[in-house]
Design a protein around this ligand. Structure first.
Ligand SMILES: [Zn+2]
Length: 313
């Protein structure tokens, strides 16, 4: 049977009736999509990037497969392959002691935050937007945007950073740079455990410390976090009067309330804005946006590279 021109997806069943009831996979050839996206970017005064986990996966920083089994074999052996399936699941393992918890997290931070250089995908992304008035909203915590040259004052990383730690109970609104600590832990780790005298303690309440990641209600939003949130608000206000592109990268349905849904709302309410959505399997866009939405599926590394090639043409 011939496939219909536009395949309709009833996402409302999954999203409890949240806005986009008219998601479609666009039936437009890849080359044409790249051309349209490239033109949109060229014509834009401002570009707002919204980046989720899929961006770093596409960049080569996958949490599963060989990257996991090669780097974490010792942990898989100790805690069992049933629980240690990938770095995401491993992060939720109920480590029995602080020595075990930091034994794991120091390794995780080294592998995802401190050891990788800026990945080519991020470098190319920077090349695409660097001449523009841009801003980055991201749920990623691996610091790739900063490494690739994006300016700190143009980044709002809402969910924390693998390089910082905080009081586990958030007893005070401060975060601490843990790079040096993690590097020392990485050297001293034995049998997946770090020495007891390296276990960090909260300087205020004396309790345990935790990674600075939003995983419960104790996540610390310090001065810098609020400052970045302010920069984002200012950018949005400025964008209202301009021709803008919202470039959404690898955002799934884990936390759609941070990037995906707000981006759709902005485009729905402002005719000067358009949405470019790059997503491996979920590049659906609201049909009602018409030509103001471009949804490109498949390998994002290829798409970013092709968009970067088109930049100078
Ligand atoms: Zn504390």
């Amino acid at each position: 049977m011939k496939q219909s021109q536009k395949r309709k997806i009833d996402w409302s069943r999954f999203l409890s009736g949240i806005p986009a009831r008219d998601y479609i996979f666009q039936n437009i050839p890849y080359e044409e999509q790249i051309k349209r996206a490239s033109t949109r970017i060229k014509e834009a005064d401002v570009i707002l990037i919204g980046a989720g986990a899929g961006t770093s996966t596409a960049a080569g920083l996958a949490y599963d497969g060989e990257r996991f089994t090669d780097n974490f074999s010792e942990f898989i052996e100790k805690y069992g392959s049933m629980y240690m399936t990938d770095m995401y699941a491993a992060g939720f393992y109920p480590f029995p002691t602080e020595e075990a918890k930091w034994g794991y997290w120091s390794k995780h931070s080294m592998i995802n935050r401190f050891l990788p250089p800026a990945m080519p995908l991020y470098n190319q992304l920077y090349d695409i937007v660097k001449e523009k008035d841009y801003f980055v909203l991201t749920t990623n915590v691996d610091h790739q945007f900063q490494k690739a040259g994006f300016l700190e004052e143009r980044i709002f990383a809402t969910q924390g950073n693998y390089g910082n730690i905080q009081c586990e109970k958030g007893c005070h609104q401060k975060i601490y740079d843990a790079e040096d600590l993690f590097r020392r832990m990485d050297q001293a780790r034995h049998d997946c455990l770090i020495p007891s005298d390296m276990v960090p303690k909260c300087p205020v309440c004396g309790g345990n410390m935790a990674m600075h990641l939003r995983c419960d209600q104790y996540f610390v939003e310090d001065e810098n976090w609020h400052e970045a949130a302010g920069h984002y608000c200012d950018f949005l206000k400025e964008m209202e009067k301009k021709k803008g592109v919202l470039l959404e990268l690898g955002v799934g349905f884990n936390t759609p309330g941070i990037i995906r849904f707000p981006f759709e709302k902005m485009v729905r309410e402002n005719k000067n804005l358009s949405l470019i959505r790059l997503n491996m399997n979920e590049a659906v866009v609201p049909e009602s946006f018409g030509s103001r939405a471009i949804g490109i599926g498949g390998d994002m590394a290829r798409v970013i590279s092709d968009l970067n090639d088109k930049r100078s043409i």
